[in-house]
Design a protein around this ligand. Structure first.
Ligand code: NDP
Length: 300
């Protein structure tokens, strides 16, 4: 069998298109422009790239984009003051504090200082609790993107066996909650799981969020299963020239694609969906803040 490729890049473009359409309607019908503020502390190069890209796509979707770039030695009090100002700004509907923060700042404290209704990353403890209890919440962007692709590919996920490899707060755990919400039978695997190959072989859906390059080989995959590869790992690629690198996921794409029914590539799978879902969450937050109907198909 050769797997169908789930084209996250194309899917993300569709999601961004829906977001842009909704933004146009919000402006025309209600005079409201959704606003997203991103706060970046320090000069981590990867974070700078993400923040630039988020800002660009926010503007392309017709929304207001605000960036706060703070020095690496910014005090916790000063950072909390910026968050507080954004919490009270009626033109800002989504606030994202780019992680990781420099070591002297308490990430939990900062994230939990964001108004949960503006917490478009879905990391605030209130949103974690709401998701865990099946209530309306802001849903973390990467797992939301995975869920959207799974729903689009399968329609209903009800009754499917799903294995999530990884139990982080930003990907593994919320992913498992979302799959449970869609009535999958969910197993969460992690570094202490015994006989991971055996666990994965039972799954109709495998979501790999581990951070280990090409860790899942094709012979772990049940024939016809759907494989969602969240991993982003950069490897040296001397064959491409001196100093060159290439991106790979947490699954071994070639061997898994021979067995799976469908698979997301890296790059071009889950990655583009993450920013698309950030924009979707901002529109959702804006609609909720204004008591308006939420856009269909853009939330869990
Ligand atoms: P974390 O490092 O926070 O979590 C990794 C998880 O993998 C942990 O739960 C860990 O288990 C588990 N794990 C580690 N080694 C093994 C192993 N040998 N067998 C089974 N489980 C193992 O990573 P994140 O969740 O933040 O990210 C995971 C991957 O997803 C990374 O590659 C990251 O770059 C990528 N990512 C991609 C995004 C995107 O937009 N596409 C967004 C966010 C992340 P334990 O808890 O026991 O230590």
């Amino acid at each position: 069998m050769t797997a169908t490729t789930i084209d996250g890049k194309a899917f993300a473009a569709q999601v961004r298109g829906k977001v842009a359409e909704h933004v146009t309607r919000l402006k025309a019908d209600h005079g409201i422009t959704p606003g997203l503020a991103v706060v970046l502390v320090g000069e981590d190069p990867a974070s700078q790239v993400y923040v630039r890209s988020k800002g660009k796509m926010t503007v392309e979707a017709g929304m207001k984009s605000v960036e706060h770039r703070l020095d690496a030695d910014t005090s916790e009090a000063d950072l909390l003051a910026v968050v507080d100002q954004l919490n009270n700004d009626p033109e800002i509907h989504g606030i994202l504090v780019q992680l990781p923060l420099p070591g002297h700042l308490n990430e939990d404290l900062v994230i939990n200082s964001i108004n949960p209704e503006k917490d478009v990353d879905g990391f605030h403890i209130s949103n974690v609790g709401l998701l865990g209890t099946g209530q309306k919440s802001m849903v973390p962007c990467t797992p939301l993107g995975c869920l959207m692709m799974l729903r689009a590919h399968h329609g209903s996920l009800s009754g499917m066996d799903a294995v999530v490899i990884g139990r982080s707060n930003i990907v593994g755990k919320p992913m498992a909650q979302l799959l449970l919400g869609d009535s999958c039978t969910v197993t969460i695997a992690h570094s202490r799981t015994k006989d991971l190959a055996d666990v994965v072989q039972r799954a109709d859906i495998v979501v790999a969020a581990v951070g280990r390059p090409e860790m899942v080989p094709g012979d772990w995959i049940k024939p016809g299963a759907t494989v969602i590869d969240v991993g982003i790992n950069r490897l040296d690629a001397p064959e491409r020239g001196e100093g060159k690198t290439r991106l790979v996921g947490d699954v071994h794409y070639e061997s898994c694609a021979e067995v799976a029914g469908a698979i997301t590539p890296v790059p071009g799978g889950v990655g583009p969906m993450t920013i698309a879902c950030l924009l979707a969450n901002t529109v959702t937050a804006c609609c909720r803040a204004n008591g308006l109907a939420e856009p269909e198909g853009l939330t869990a």
